[in-house]
Design a protein around this ligand. Structure first.
Ligand code: VGL
Ligand code: ZN
Length: 201
């Protein structure tokens, strides 16, 4: 069974959002067009409480995009984004979610960030996504969403660890940092990830 995983297609990651990604909104029509190729569609949603520790505003004297050591891990400090219940945390209204069977929320623990849709950044707590996909007997995942070099990348790395066959739909994702994403694509292809275009489906 082929499963589409839509990562964080939320307003705050699109143009005009708090953590905007260039052309982030361009992925929406592409994702709408490909959904009927999949037997299962799931989504993730970045869903932070106010004052989350990944926000620069929670650390005195720190600016967004600075890196700090946080509980023994490197943490990039972000602008406040995807605050629970805010407009920016909503999945883009133009994204057709009729076929989305489940939405896995992440980033709720105020003390730890969560890029991957499977685990928090410290791999302390699972979202249940892996168990859900395994119970559905899906073996092959297709990834799209935002940001390619952050949450999509870390979700894919966990998907590989969990033993899934992984594809990345390149025109259905956009990175925050183009150069990081170039390096990551090389790394992921060398680890067996197929990087495809929506037309290949
Ligand atoms: C994301 C940074 C912080 C993402 C989420 O969805 O890529 N990036 N939180
Ligand atoms: Zn976040």
């Amino acid at each position: 069974m082929k499963t589409l995983v839509i990562v964080d297609a939320q307003y705050d990651f699109m143009p005009g959002g708090a953590l905007e990604i260039k052309e982030g909104d361009k992925i929406v029509p592409v994702i709408n067009q490909i959904q009927d190729k999949f037997e299962l569609v799931v989504a993730t949603q970045d869903w932070h409480p106010k004052g989350h520790s990944s926000f620069a505003s929670s650390h005195e004297g720190k600016n967004a995009f600075e890196k700090i050591d946080w509980r023994g891990m490197e943490q990039v400090l972000w602008p406040d984004h995807c605050v629970q219940g805010s407009k920016g945390a909503e999945i883009h209204a133009d994204l057709n979610t009729n076929a989305v069977e489940a939405i896995f929320r992440k980033g709720m623990n105020p003390k730890i960030d969560s890029y991957s849709g499977f685990y928090d950044n410290g791999h302390e707590k699972s979202t249940g996504l892996s168990g859900y996909l395994k119970e559905k007997n899906t073996k092959e995942l297709y990834f799209c969403g935002l940001a390619a070099d952050i949450c999509v990348y870390f979700t894919i790395k966990d998907a590989l660890k969990e033993g899934f066959k992984v594809n990345l739909i390149k025109d259905a994702t956009r990175p925050l940092d183009v150069n990081d994403f170039k390096d990551q694509q090389k790394e992921l292809s060398s680890r067996g990830v197929e990087i495809i275009e929506s037309n290949d489906l």
